[in-house]
Design a protein around this ligand. Structure first.
Ligand SMILES: O=C(O)CC1=CCC(=O)O1
Length: 251
């Protein structure tokens, strides 16, 4: 098991797993760390093909992304944890809630959907990245990730995230696009039995408020929260994000 992860927070506290989105690393969770690591043992890990986590030998699937989390819990000898994931990390959380709900007290899934985009779009993006590298997709990421106001007001932060994407592993990014192309949990949503907070961004063009409302209407145990953000809500609106997640986990 070669998943790149790090642990922060008190060793005796309940474990909280944080799962990153496509084209980011576990550093994406920096705005959450001060708050979450006071109450939780926080496990941040890098999704396959991101940071120092290698791709598997077999073609990447959502099941592999989910099984990585279960393998981490097993490795750390943790029977039950909390989970928070964003976008592809949120979709990983949906898979975990379908296939391993008993391993989680509660899950928070942000800016995600049971089906993100469509197969043709992800295959096209994978092909583009394999041919041209990550620079073109990095150049268009601010418009998918943040509102125009946030891009203007927080330019250094947006540039840092974009440059990190551009420096990433193109094969890893493309493999995740191919996994997303096949990932469709819509039929599985009624069986996601663990309590789940679904966080949507009011201005998110990728995974919309309607996607989150659909999850809330079709999964058995969902609390819905809508934040005044675009796609990367934990960075754009950290105080509200942290408040929603911590309140949900606490009750
Ligand atoms: O397209 C993007 O960059 C946004 C996104 C979709 C899935 C994911 O994890 O990030």
């Amino acid at each position: 098991m070669s998943i790149d992860y790090r642990l922060d927070g008190p060793s005796e506290a309940p474990l909280l797993v944080l799962s990153n989105s496509l084209g980011t690393t576990f550093e994406l969770w920096q705005p959450q760390m001060a708050a979450l690591a006071q109450q939780y043992r926080v496990l941040r890990y890098n999704q396959r093909g991101h940071g120092a986590t290698p791709l598997p030998e077999a073609p990447l699937t959502l099941e592999i992304l989910g099984q990585d989390v279960i393998a981490l819990l097993d490795k750390l000898d943790v029977e039950r944890a909390y989970f928070c994931g964003i976008s592809m990390g949120g979709l990983t959380g949906l898979w975990l809630n379908r296939y391993h709900p008993q391993r989680f007290h509660k899950l928070a899934v942000a800016n995600t959907a049971a089906r993100i985009g469509n197969e043709a779009g992800w295959q096209q993006r994978a092909q583009q990245v394999r041919q041209e590298g990550l620079a073109p997709i990095a150049a268009t990421s601010p418009a998918r990730w943040f509102t125009e106001d946030f891009q203007r007001d927080q330019q250094p932060l947006v540039t840092a995230l974009t440059e990190q994407l551009a420096r990433g592993d193109a094969a890893g990014y493309a493999a995740c696009c191919e996994a997303l192309a096949q990932a469709d949990l819509r039929d599985a949503v009624p069986y996601m039995s663990a309590p789940m907070l679904v966080i949507a961004g009011e201005h998110d063009p990728v995974t919309t408020v309607a996607d989150a409302q659909w999850l809330a209407a079709n999964a058995p145990n969902v609390t819905l929260a809508v934040l005044p953000t675009s796609h990367i809500s934990n960075v754009a609106c950290p105080e509200l994000f942290n408040q929603q997640v911590m309140q949900f986990f606490a009750v």
